[in-house]
Design a protein around this ligand. Structure first.
Ligand code: PLP
Length: 443
């Protein structure tokens, strides 16, 4: 099918409000195949993928060892029974997730997991676990948070754009506090003396029904919220508050997990051990699967032994192909040193982006992010966000052969979350093209 045929069928058969189609802007391109960091459209035109397709293709698109693992599994056992007769792949993956998370986090022992089919389901499993483990209904979440759009996860997602039309069907158990992303102070610093952290603590302590809070759910870096990095003292502060108030600390590492920010999980930058961690996206490199991983004692306190009718399950839970691909994906991240690459290439990228930012006259650009979760925040001199320019840059870059996306409620950040395999010269090419856009907009 050529592009026009694909788009015609989408217009006719896909629900509105899924795919944005703008002929004038040449949007969207239609994916035909992808390998590594390269995507080909249906006219065989090549693109450099600066998104890893929402952060999923961390070890590169169609990584040969991940694909081979999936193929082998498909040929042996394509589907099994989620919560009834298990298969070996599920047992292997559960043990691996325990080793990769709480097993590596000093002195915290083992973990148990609930496997899911997406990031939002991982969040929902975590919210249910916290409810059962603490017996408390309340949840603290953060302004700007994105935890997914299913009816459970949407409770903790902040943006009005997503919630507004459904607000009257949400549970109302989340209380939102400001996320202390520092636009002014140096986020690499601890944040000691940062007024945002002091205000946050005051806000937490002033909560009227503090003893009803069962969980604090937070992204270590807000990704969809605009690549917002909080000060290093933020997670330790939340850890301490949760311990003092009997609440669970739930980290949503759906986007930041599996090496994206230069550590296996982003909480490792501040040595904070959560009670529950939500995973998804890069876990399999392309099969829809995630996990809610929790300290074994907490998982056991929450969930009773099954009497044959699980309280929480789904048809495809622990899908054999997903399990096999997740094992291969983690092995690949490890053997190819991709987590370390994310740290090193991310540092290079940040310096390169900073040099662009410094050269503008009429625009205020700021490099943001950590590791290979990076971006440029774009503002005008009066401080207002310039999402219109980010969107223009995104369209122009697509026409120049780069797939790139905006982040933030006002699309104020041009974000780069490429496969962790991306070569330095490709990053340099991307930076040059981005520079070209903003130089023109700045003129
Ligand atoms: C931090 C975070 N949590 C949860 C989700 C939801 O994941 P999914 O789209 O797989 O449901 C996302 C998706 O972007 C995310 O970035």
């Amino acid at each position: 099918m050529n592009r026009d045929e694909v788009l015609d069928r989408l217009r006719r058969y896909e629900s509105r409000n899924i795919t944005q189609i703008s002929e004038a802007a040449g949007w969207p391109m239609v994916w035909q195949r992808a390998k590594g960091t390269t995507v080909w459209d249906c006219s065989d035109r090549k693109y450099l993928d600066l998104t890893a397709a929402f952060g999923v293709a961390a070890a590169g698109h169609a990584n040969p060892r991940v694909v081979a693992a999936g193929r082998r599994q498909m040929a042996t056992l394509l589907h099994a029974m989620g919560d009834v007769h298990p298969h070996p792949g599920k047992a292997k993956l559960l043990a691996e997730l325990s080793h990769r998370t709480f097993g590596r986090w000093a002195g915290r022992g083992e973990a148990k997991s609930i496997l899911t089919g997406s990031g939002s389901e991982s969040v929902e499993a975590a919210l249910k676990t916290a409810r059962l483990a603490t017996g408390r209904r309340g949840v603290i979440a953060f302004e700007g948070a994105y935890h997914g759009l299913g009816y459970g996860a949407l409770n903790a997602t902040h943006r009005e754009h997503f919630r507004g039309r459904f607000e009257d069907q949400l549970g109302g158990f989340c209380h939102f506090l400001p996320f202390p992303a520092c636009e002014t102070c140096d986020c690499a610093a601890t944040g000691a003396g940062c007024s945002r952290l002091e205000n946050l603590l005051a806000g937490l302590d002033a909560l009227p029904r503090r003893r009803e809070v069962g969980a604090v759910i937070v992204e270590p870096i807000q990704a969809r919220g605009g690549i917002r990095v909080p000060p290093a003292d933020f997670l330790p502060l939340l850890r301490k508050w949760c311990d003092q108030n009997g609440a669970l600390l739930v980290l949503d590492e759906v986007y930041t997990g599996f090496g994206r920010t230069g550590d296996w999980f982003s909480c490792e930058h501040s040595s904070v051990v959560p009670d529950l961690v939500c995973l998804g996206k890069a876990m399999t490199g392309g099969f829809p699967m995630g996990a809610c991983v929790g300290r074994s004692e907490i998982m056991d306190a929450a969930w009773p032994v099954s009497d044959g009718e699980a309280i929480h399950t789904s048809t495809f839970l622990g899908h054999p192909v997903g399990c096999a691909m997740a094992m291969a994906q983690m092995a690949e991240l490890e053997s190819e040193g991709l987590v370390e690459r994310a740290a090193a290439e991310g540092a290079w990228l940040r310096t390169a982006l900073a040099s662009i930012c410094g050269s503008m006259t009429h625009l205020r650009l700021r490099p943001v992010g950590r590791g290979l979760m990076a971006g440029i925040e774009v503002r005008r001199l009066d401080g207002t966000t310039a999402g219109d320019l980010v969107i223009r840059a995104m369209h122009r870059l697509l026409s120049e052969g780069f797939i790139i996306l905006p982040e933030g409620a006002e699309a104020q950040v041009l974000s780069l979350t490429p496969p962790l395999t991306i070569r330095r010269r490709d990053l340099a090419r991307a930076v040059e093209a981005i520079h070209g856009c903003f130089e023109d907009f700045d003129a």
